[in-house]
Write a protein that binds this ligand. Structure first.
Ligand code: NAD
Length: 462
């Protein structure tokens, strides 16, 4: 489907009926046993493995992702998340005993994880396969049913997802609803038990407003401008390599890509040299001519990126291929911090660079702006590492690397402030899709009389 072709629309009645069917099915209790959840997760893993080739083709058509990139960031990561979840699920599902307060002697307290019910998962286009299914793993593990709404901007992946899920799962439990804004609006009118949204800040606000009308709990995985800081003590060639990796994967269309770079004045020219070298190492002398270099999702976004190039002086790159929607890896010095490239989330392979002498300038700049989804600091100084981590609030990040914090199930992933609410991955995905019911089991062996109105002090043995 090309950009000009029509986006599918799911009518209000279709959406309503689908949610009704899932609510009925959820009520039967079928999704609750461990065995059911594990079987569903195994089935999902098999489905992904069996369709690997089709998935890579769809991602190539939608975003020109190379097979290697598509496998690691969209397929392998899901299979690993499923494996990890299955391994730990029984433990996560067990009621968790808590301590007994002195005031509650004789009783026992438990936290019991229960599924919310019917979950809605709304996905973006930049990792269209992974970001639709990664939350789904948590939803299934926690015992929910789910409706997935993939992005209409990556239609090949959306169609494939719909087909795969329809062919292998009962739609009473899992269902994909393809469509764009209208379909999402129809979905947001339904009484879901949980909404998990990944996407932009403005749409996140729309989703939160809709959820608030019915007090539906939500997770918002949003975006924004994620800073990267390179201090003079850093290993510059390694920093350049890891920043280029994080910025150029998927052609910069990654929510946690380093958006802009603060570089210490003393290492600026060395960093530029190393960055140029590493771009050639990754993509050759002509990256936009390289088959394996990703493209920009559509003309509208390409135009945005093209305009950013006018916001300052190009230090490296800056070439475009409009027909193929490709933007060369670019480093630029913005005219000021008020130009659009410094105000908007870039979402492309353009890295604005600002230099600094005193770390405090960087801290002031970042903390005056919305809290970022990610932050990266390259340094060998523990003082600088500590200062950055203790003074700047951000969703998550790395010291001496980029992106890698997202790829471990042991670290919850999510934003803070404008970059999001809640987190997922590993146990955190299970917890996100579970309500922890607090239950106190009281003893009948004795009773404290003083808690009752008009009672005499003391304890009665039963
Ligand atoms: P988007 O907000 O435009 O769209 C996300 C989803 O919302 C899509 O399914 C879309 O159909 C739907 N949508 C769009 N407009 C809508 C409206 N007016 N009403 C209801 N639904 C609507 O985001 P996108 O362009 O697909 O993705 C890019 C954004 O997502 C970036 O900001 C990026 O940082 C963010 N993102 C965040 C994460 C994360 O994990 N935090 C991951 C990937 C992308």
């Amino acid at each position: 489907m090309s950009e000009s072709e029509k986006v599918p629309v799911q009518s209000l009645s279709t959406v309503k009926e689908q949610v009704r069917k899932q609510k009925m099915f959820y009520k039967t209790g079928a999704t609750r046993p461990l065995e059911y959840r594990v079987a569903m997760l195994n089935k999902l893993a098999t489905l992904i493995r069996e369709n690997e080739e089709k998935i890579l083709i769809a991602l190539k058509s939608d975003l020109n992702k190379s097979n290697q990139e598509a496998y690691t960031t969209e397929v392998g990561i899901l299979l690993e998340e499923i494996r990890y979840t299955i391994k730990h699920l029984e433990k996560w599902m067990k009621p968790e005993k808590v301590k007994t307060a002195k005031t509650h002697i004789g009783s026992k307290g438990y936290k019991i994880a229960e599924p919310y019910g019917v979950a809605l998962i709304i996905a973006p286009w930049n990792y269209p396969f992974q970001l639709a299914l990664s939350p789904l793993i948590g939803a299934i593990a926690a015992g929910n049913t789910a409706i997935i709404k993939p992005s209409e901007l990556t239609p090949h992946t959306s169609q494939l997802l719909a087909q795969m899920i329809q062919d292998s799962f009962d739609s009473q439990c899992l269902h994909v609803m393809e469509g764009g804004v209208e379909t999402t609006q129809n979905l947001l009118k339904q009484s879901f038990d949980y909404i998990f949204f990944t996407g932009s800040v403005p749409v996140g606000k729309i989703v939160m407003e809709a959820a608030s009308k019915q007090l539906i709990p939500i997770t918002l995985e949003l975006g924004g401008k994620s800073p990267c800081i390179v201090d003079e003590s850093a290993n510059i060639s390694l920093a350049a390599k890891r920043i280029a990796f994080g910025k150029l994967i998927n052609s910069g269309q990654t929510c946690i890509a380093p958006d802009y770079l603060f570089i210490h004045k003393k290492v600026k020219s060395l960093f530029l040299e190393e960055f140029k070298k590493v771009v050639t190492e990754f993509y050759g002398q002509d990256p936009i001519g390289n088959e394996a270099y990703g493209r920009i999702v559509n003309h509208k976004h390409f135009e945005c990126l093209k305009n950013y190039l006018g916001d300052g002086k190009i230090l490296f790159g800056g070439n475009l291929n409009e027909r193929e929607l490709k933007v060369e890896p670019t480093i630029m010095e913005p005219r000021s911090s008020n130009v659009p490239v410094m105000q908007e989330e870039i979402f492309g392979p353009i890295l604005p660079l600002l230099d600094f002498e005193d770390l405090q300038e960087v801290i002031d700049y970042v903390t005056e702006r919305p809290k970022p989804l990610a932050l990266y600091v390259f340094t060998t100084s523990e003082d600088i590492e500590e200062k950055v981590n203790s003074t700047i609030s951000f969703g998550g990040g790395c010291v001496n690397d980029t992106l890698m914090h997202i790829a471990t199930p042991y670290l919850p992933f999510g934003g803070v402030g404008e970059s999001g609410i809640g987190s997922y991955h590993g146990k955190s995905s299970f917890s996100t899709f579970s309500h922890y019911k607090s239950v106190l089991k009281q003893t009948n062996k004795f009773d404290f009389h003083f808690r009752y109105p008009n009672a005499k002090n003391g304890m009665k043995i039963m």
